[in-house]
Write a protein that binds this ligand. Structure first.
Ligand code: BGC
Length: 790
């Protein structure tokens, strides 16, 4: 096809047609390809509207991750793909596999875990599920995109080992699963824009991992379209009204980009469109999808504490407290926000389980949730009940906005305190997309972390509360005591220029467990109604050799009186290396179902690579000589069975590592230690972003000048006007953050805002105080360049 295209046509294909379509070229019968956001439902917008068509709202990714059930991830992927097909969508912009570096990241609900193996394995099954239906998946956001604050401009400063061992493996796993596309991130990685980063997009992704698919930009992420294409990007989204095509064409005429470079990217777009062109719309089975959503919700609920409270007996008199029982929190805000087909609630379903209950709202749904009258109302009654179930959680979590602390809203905390004084038989159910501070632990006899449950949120939770199902979810992130406890909190969302990933590989449990820091609930933790016993560990080799797999087996028995699922976790520990390492790392996991008194044998197969770390001297993964302990664990802190294996020699080329501050058994890392690890001077964390403003300025910077402030307010108004009148608070915050933190060049690139390069110059002139000149340029109607291209 490409031989039939003119150079202008080729260039025009490197940019979207609309927010969700690639360009069509009828002359050569090349149609557009339609894409939609995921990951927990298909968010296809209605024509000329930001409102989405109804779709199944599955539990968000964090809940899926907590199931530790790869089969469910596969089923969810294929169910999503069927709904995509029904809507004519050929590519789903999911999954998101960014590592949960810090629980404050506002988008953690859309990601899997702090651990790359859990994240990669679950995402890989999800991708295989989508692509088994002939729909494409898009793994995002490549890479080191682990905070929302200044997400469009921030520079993630990450050392090579952390990048290779923590932030890249889930993407690599997605490539191994044949993912059709990958989305380059907004942020810079070590000083270079995600969309222009040759090391990531070409050297690692294509040359090293052998990725054959298409690289698409995040929406409006392209800074320099010519550099982007040259360094490995294929498709810029959404539609920049042709202005970026013009830049590429001009660069081509000047010999700054070759036709071969343009062809490379253009071929990828054509290949993608052709791959999915023949796939026709089919009717999705909504009822079956709802069952999958329900199974994920059920298995994604994590029982954190149970002092003889659960399951509830039908004869007990129950107080159901909390507005969330009537208006549940089921998903986060932003591009993943789904318009659900239907919405279950606890109150709507509870009568199927008991009629012996009464409901009290207890709080309102404003930001702090505080309402003394509602607290008084329940307090005056609650003594009469055998048990009190309190539904609480975080009110708003959204793309674009990081959380400032991990606390529950004040009104909910006051409510729990007040209830505890009158009736301590309390069960707390928390809805949240990421960690919350559980400082109310002593005020509850049972606690469930429900994650976010999607549209089927009543029956799965009631099944667990009333003992129809034994809980089997596990934590995908460490629950420490407070935000400050996390190693990354020292360098998180606190600067406008660069964020230092100073903790290196010691993210999440790798920090807590290695340095003996106490946490409230460890990674991989979760209780069941049934006790399990583990026995008979076998390891078929005592030495680790390059081309030899090691088979590990053990037996697990359900000693309980009901059917239950158990997550079996395999970790590897190696402490006698000259390289600094996390004490113990998750390598394999599986979920098994056991009838009462049933025993099953579980088998894991370990590869040589499972023992490896990334050696920065050798520039490859390497297995150091030494003793490795294979451990079968309940969670990261609880080893049940273990067995030693040995790696005898180091390969040629290995150089002993000299000790650094990261080797110390105590955690005392400073920014100087990090600079030494990086081997270069670090960019400033923050810079003063005042006038004179440029195309790289963000509207938020404008607030430092008089004219800038006027413009800033106007931009917010214009952004809010894009939303429907009844938009939620989190949608409003999301759009304001996007509009005020997007660089001016990005506002042009996003196309939909209708800002031309001239208009953008006008915006900058105006903010710089050249008011008349600015207004003239802002009002200027510029011809959309794409008309000249195709
Ligand atoms: C988000 C992506 C999303 C895209 C399209 C961006 O702001 O970061 O995850 O796919 O918008 O909605």
């Amino acid at each position: 096809m490409i031989t039939k295209l003119t150079i202008k046509e080729k260039i025009s294909l490197l940019n979207g047609k609309t927010a969700w379509l690639t360009k069509n070229i009828d002359r050569i019968q090349l149609p557009s390809l339609e894409m939609s956001d995921g990951p927990h439902g298909i968010r296809k917008e209605k024509e000329n509207s930001r409102e989405a068509l109804p779709a199944t709202l599955f539990p968000p990714t964090t809940t899926l991750a907590s199931t530790f059930n790869k089969e469910l991830a596969y089923q969810m992927g294929s169910a999503l793909a069927q709904e995509a097909k029904e809507k004519g969508v050929k590519l789903i912009l999911a999954p998101g596999v960014n590592i949960k570096r810090n629980p404050g990241c506002g988008r953690n609900f859309e990601y899997y875990s702090e651990d790359p193996i859990l994240s990669g394995e679950m995402a890989s099954s999800y991708i295989s599920g989508i692509q088994s239906e002939n729909v494409g998946a898009c793994v995002k956001h490549f890479a080191a995109n682990s905070q929302e604050k200044y997400r469009l401009t921030i520079d993630s400063v990450v050392d090579e080992r952390a990048l290779r061992e923590i932030y890249l493996p889930s993407f690599k796993k997605a490539v191994e699963s044949n993912v059709a596309t990958i989305m380059a991130c907004y942020n810079k990685v070590n000083g270079i824009h995600g969309c222009e980063n040759k090391e990531l997009l070409t050297d690692i992704l294509r040359n090293e991992w052998g990725f054959k698919g298409l690289v698409v930009s995040d929406w409006g992420a392209v800074s320099n379209p010519v550099e982007s294409i040259k360094n490995g990007l294929d498709l810029e989204m959404p539609n920049s009204n042709g202005y970026n095509s013009k830049k590429i064409y001009e660069a081509y005429k000047k010999g700054q980009i070759t036709e071969a470079e343009i062809d490379r990217a253009c071929n990828k777009v054509i290949e993608l469109v052709k791959k999915y062109q023949q796939v026709l719309p089919e009717k999705a089975n909504i009822e079956a999808n709802e069952e999958i959503a329900k199974a994920i919700a059920r298995e994604g609920i994590v029982l954190l504490k149970n002092e003889g409270m659960l399951p509830i007996n039908k004869t007990e008199k129950i107080a159901v407290v909390g507005e969330f029982a009537r208006k549940p929190r089921t998903q986060g805000g932003g591009s993943s926000n789904i318009n659900p087909y239907k919405m279950e609630t606890i109150l709507g379903e509870i009568e199927k389980y008991t009629t012996n209950y009464a409901f009290f709202p207890g709080y309102c749904l404003q930001e702090d949730c505080f309402n003394q009258e509602l607290i008084d109302e329940v307090i005056s009654e609650v003594e009469k009940f055998d048990k009190v179930i309190v539904f609480v959680g975080v009110i708003n979590e959204a793309e674009g906005i990081d959380r400032e602390d991990l606390k529950l809203p004040q009104g909910q905390l006051e409510l729990i305190k007040a209830l505890h004084r009158v009736n301590p038989q309390i069960i707390i159910c928390i809805s949240s997309g990421s960690v919350v501070e559980i400082d109310f632990e002593k005020q509850a006899k049972a606690i469930l972390n429900c994650n976010l449950l999607g549209q089927v949120n009543g029956t799965p939770l009631l099944d667990i509360l009333f003992g129809k199902v034994s809980p089997s979810g596990r934590l995908n992130e460490t629950y420490a005591f407070q935000l400050e406890d996390y190693s990354s909190s020292k360098n998180f969302a606190d600067s406008n220029n660069a964020v230092y990933y100073e903790e290196s590989i010691f993210v999440g449990y790798r920090y807590f467990n290695t340095f003996g820091k106490k946490v409230r609930y460890p990674f991989g933790y979760g209780l069941s109604y049934c006790p399990f016993t583990y026995s008979d560990l076998t390891v078929d080799s005592s030495t680790i050799k390059k081309d030899k797999k090691i088979v590990v087996t053990c037996k697990v028995k359900n000693n309980g009186s009901m059917e239950a699922k158990e997550v079996v976790q395999l970790y590897i520990e190696n402490n006698d290396s000259s390289v600094y390492k996390a004490k113990r790392e998750l390598k394999k996991f599986t979920k098994i179902e056991l009838a009462p008194q049933e025993e099953k044998k579980v088998e894991f197969i370990l590869d040589y690579q499972d023992f490896a770390y990334y050696d920065v001297n050798m520039k490859q993964f390497h297995v150091d000589k030494g003793i490795y302990q294979i451990q079968i664990c309940k969670n990261i802190e609880e080893v049940i069975l273990s067995h030693n294996v040995n790696k005898k020699e180091n390969e040629e080329g290995f150089i002993e590592h000299k000790k650094t501050a990261y080797h110390n058994s105590e955690w005392k890392i400073t920014t100087d230690d990090f600079a030494e690890l990086m081997g270069r001077t670090l960019p400033p964390k923050s810079i003063e972003r005042t006038a004179p403003f440029t195309m790289d300025s963000i509207p938020e910077d404008f607030q430092s000048t008089f004219w800038g402030r006027i413009l800033y307010k106007q931009l917010i108004k214009r952004a809010l006007a894009l939303l429907p009148k009844d938009a939620s608070e989190s949608d409003k915050k999301f759009i304001v953050v996007n509009a005020t933190q997007m660089p001016i060049r990005g506002i042009v690139a996003i196309g939909g805002a209708g800002v031309s390069p001239k208009n953008a110059e006008g915006i900058i002139d105006f903010a710089n105080g050249k008011v008349i000149r600015g207004i003239i340029k802002i009002l200027k109607k510029e011809k959309k360049y794409e008309k000249n291209m195709v």
